[in-house]
Design a protein around this ligand. Structure first.
Ligand SMILES: NC(=O)c1ccc[n+]([C@@H]2O[C@H](COP(=O)([O-])OP(=O)(O)OC[C@H]3O[C@@H](n4cnc5c(N)ncnc54)[C@H](O)[C@@H]3O)[C@@H](O)[C@H]2O)c1
Length: 447
C-alpha cells in the first residue's frame, strides 16, 4: 500500500496553517536572537517531561510561558504549575498552540503516539521543537517530522540525551579517531527487561476516570478504549501497540545512538527479526533484529550488520567477541563494535572500554566532555550553536528503530527497505504498518 497522507486537518488546522504562513520561523529569527529570552511551553509536564522542562528552563535565557497536561494532579501538572507559577496552564495542547504567539519553543514529552501530532502542529506554527524519543510512533510520522523541520526552518532536538554525556561522546570519538579501525559488525542489546505490561491481552471492563485525568484528551489520535486504572496512563502505555513502541522503541534511540553517530549510519536496506508471535495489542517481551546498512567511511566492506537483542539477560554470543576475555562481564545493556584493530564496548550510560586491554591502556582513551542536551537546544533556538540530535539525524535513527518494530510483526521474514521511496519493497502487509489510522477529528495535518 503506498502511503497516502491524510490531508484532513484537526482542530483549527486552517488557523494553524495560515498562522504558519503568516509568521514562519525565519521571521521569528529576525525579531528574536541571542540577546532575547526563549519563551517555551511544555506539553506533558510529568514523568520524563519534568526533567525535560527543568533541564531546558535551567538556562537563564529561557522563560516558561505555557504548561500543558491532561492530568492536573501534583505529579503531572501540579508540580510544574507550582514551580513556574506565572506560566499559563492548559489541559489541551491544541488550546495552548492556539494562544502561542509569545511562545517560540515547544517541549513534547507526552507518550510516544502523541509526539508527531503535537510536534507537527507546533512546527507548522513556526515553533522550535524539543521532542522525546523515539521521535514518533510510525515511520511515516518520522519522515514527516524531518520534512516539517526543514520546511519551517525550526530548531529541533530529540531527547536521546545520553548522546551528550561524556560516555557516548567519547565512544563516538574513539571510532572517529580510527583506534579500532574500520568496524566489521555491531551488537546492541537491552538485557534489563521492563516493568510495563507485555504479551498480555486487553483487560476487561473499565474503571472510573479520576477527576484529575482528561482521558479523552490523553487518547488523542489513538482509537478510543475504556479507562483502566494503572494500565495505560501513566508510564504503562509503553507496552501497548496503540500508544508505545515496545522495548526496541523505548531503548533503541538511546542504545543505537552512539552506533549511528560513530558510524554515520543512515537507513538500513534490509532487516529480519526473530520474535514470538505478537499478542493483538501488546508488544513482545523479547526480540532480535538483524539490520543491514550500507557501509560508510567508518565501516569495513560495502555493508555493515547491526544486530539488536532485547529480553531479560539478552546479550550477544560471546564467541563473536574474541577480543574480550571470557571472564569479562558484558554490561547489562549496551553495544559492542567489532573493529579491524580492536573491539569497543559501549555500556548504556557508562564510559566505553576497549579490548584487547593490553593494546589500549586506559590513559590512551581520549575522554570527551559532556554537553547539556537541553540547554544546547535552547541556545540553538536563540542562534547560539547547533543541536546534535536535530530531526535530520533523529528522523532516520527513529525510522530504523521503528522498522525493527515492524519486523517484529513478521518474524523470520526479511523486509527490504527503500528509504527514498518510503517503501518496504517486498512485503505489502509490512508496508501497511509504516502508518496507522488516526481517530476521527484528530488527523494530523501532513506536510
Ligand atoms: N529520554 C529518556 O531518557 C526518557 C525516559 C523516560 C521516558 N522518555 C520518553 O518520554 C515520553 C514520556 O514518557 P513518560 O515515561 O514520562 O510517560 P508518563 O506517562 O509517565 O508521563 C507522560 C506525561 O505526559 C502527560 N500527558 C499525556 N498525554 C498528554 C497530552 N496529550 N497532553 C499533555 N500532557 C499529556 C501525562 O499526564 C504525564 O504527565 C515518552 O515518549 C518516553 O519514551 C524518555
Amino acid at each position: 500500500m503506498p502511503l497516502q497522507p491524510n490531508r484532513r486537518s484537526f482542530v483549527k488546522s486552517a488557523a494553524i496553517a495560515s498562522a504558519a504562513i503568516a509568521l514562519p520561523a525565519l521571521q521569528y529569527s529576525r525579531i528574536y536572537g541571542a540577546n532575547s529570552r526563549l519563551g517555551i511551553a511544555s506539553i506533558g509536564t510529568g514523568g520524563k517531561g519534568w526533567s525535560d522542562l527543568t533541564g531546558v528552563a535551567a538556562s537563564p535565557d529561557v522563560e516558561v510561558i505555557g504548561l500543558c497536561n491532561i492530568d492536573s494532579s501534583k505529579g503531572h501538572l501540579g508540580q510544574a504549575a507550582e514551580k513556574y507559577g506565572t506560566a499559563r496552564k492548559y489541559d489541551d495542547w491544541r488550546k495552548l498552540l492556539d494562544a502561542s504567539k509569545d511562545i517560540q519553543g515547544v517541549l513534547v514529552s507526552t507518550p510516544d503516539f502523541m509526539h508527531a501530532p503535537i510536534a507537527l502542529a507546533a512546527m507548522q506554527l513556526g515553533k522550535h521543537v524539543f521532542c522525546q524519543k523515539p521521535l514518533t510512533h510510525t515511520v511515516h510520522e518520522a519522515r514527516q517530522m524531518q520534512l516539517a523541520a526543514k520546511k519551517f526552518q525550526v530548531t529541533t532536538q530529540m531527547c536521546n540525551q545520553i548522546q551528550s554525556h561524556s560516555a557516548y561522546r567519547t565512544a563516538v570519538q574513539i571510532v572517529h579517531s580510527g583506534m579500532i579501525g574500520k568496524v566489521k559488525e555491531v551488537h546492541s542489546w537491552q538485557g534489563g527487561g521492563t516493568a510495563w505490561p507485555r504479551h498480555i491481552p486487553r483487560p476487561e471492563g473499565s474503571d472510573p476516570v479520576p477527576s484529575h485525568v482528561r482521558w479523552d484528551l490523553w487518547q488523542g489520535v489513538a482509537p478510543e478504549r475504556p479507562y483502566k486504572q494503572g494500565m495505560y496512563h501513566a508510564f504503562n502505555w509503553r507496552g501497548w501497540q496503540d500508544y508505545g513502541t515496545g522495548q526496541l522503541g523505548d531503548f533503541g534511540c538511546h542504545i543505537l545512538d552512539p552506533v549511528f553517530k560513530s558510524l554515520k549510519l543512515g537507513s538500513p536496506t534490509a532487516l529480519t527479526a526473530t520474535a514470538p508471535m505478537l499478542m493483538p495489542e501488546t508488544w513482545t517481551d523479547r526480540a532480535t533484529v538483524r539490520y543491514d546498512f550500507p557501509g560508510t567511511e567508518y565501516t569495513f566492506g560495502p555493508t555493515i550488520r547491526v544486530t539488536w537483542y532485547d529480553a531479560v539477560g539478552a546479550a550477544p554470543n560471546r564467541e563473536l567477541l574474541s577480543d574480550i576475555p571470557a571472564g569479562t562481564k558484558l554490561p547489562g545493556t549496551g553495544s559492542v563494535l567489532v573493529g579491524e584493530k580492536g573491539t569497543l564496548v559501549i555500556p548504556h550510560v557508562n564510559m566505553p572500554k576497549l579490548f584487547p586491554e593490553a593494546k589500549f591502556p586506559a590513559d590512551t582513551i581520549p575522554v570527551v566532555k559532556e554537553v547539556d542536551h537541553y540547554v544546547q537546544w535552547a541556545d540553538a533556538c536563540r542562534g547560539v550553536g547547533k543541536t546534535t540530535s536535530h530531526f535530520d539525524y533523529a528522523g532516520p535513527l527513529t525510522e530504523a528503530v521503528l522498522l525493527g518494530t515492524i519486523g517484529i510483526r513478521f518474524p523470520e521474514q526479511e523486509l527490504k527497505w527503500d528509504s527514498t521511496a518510503l517503501q518496504i519493497t517486498n512485503h505489502a502487509k509490512a508496508q501497511q504498518w509504516l502508518t496507522k489510522p488516526y481517530r476521527k477529528g484528530w488527523e494530523p495535518t501532513w506536510i
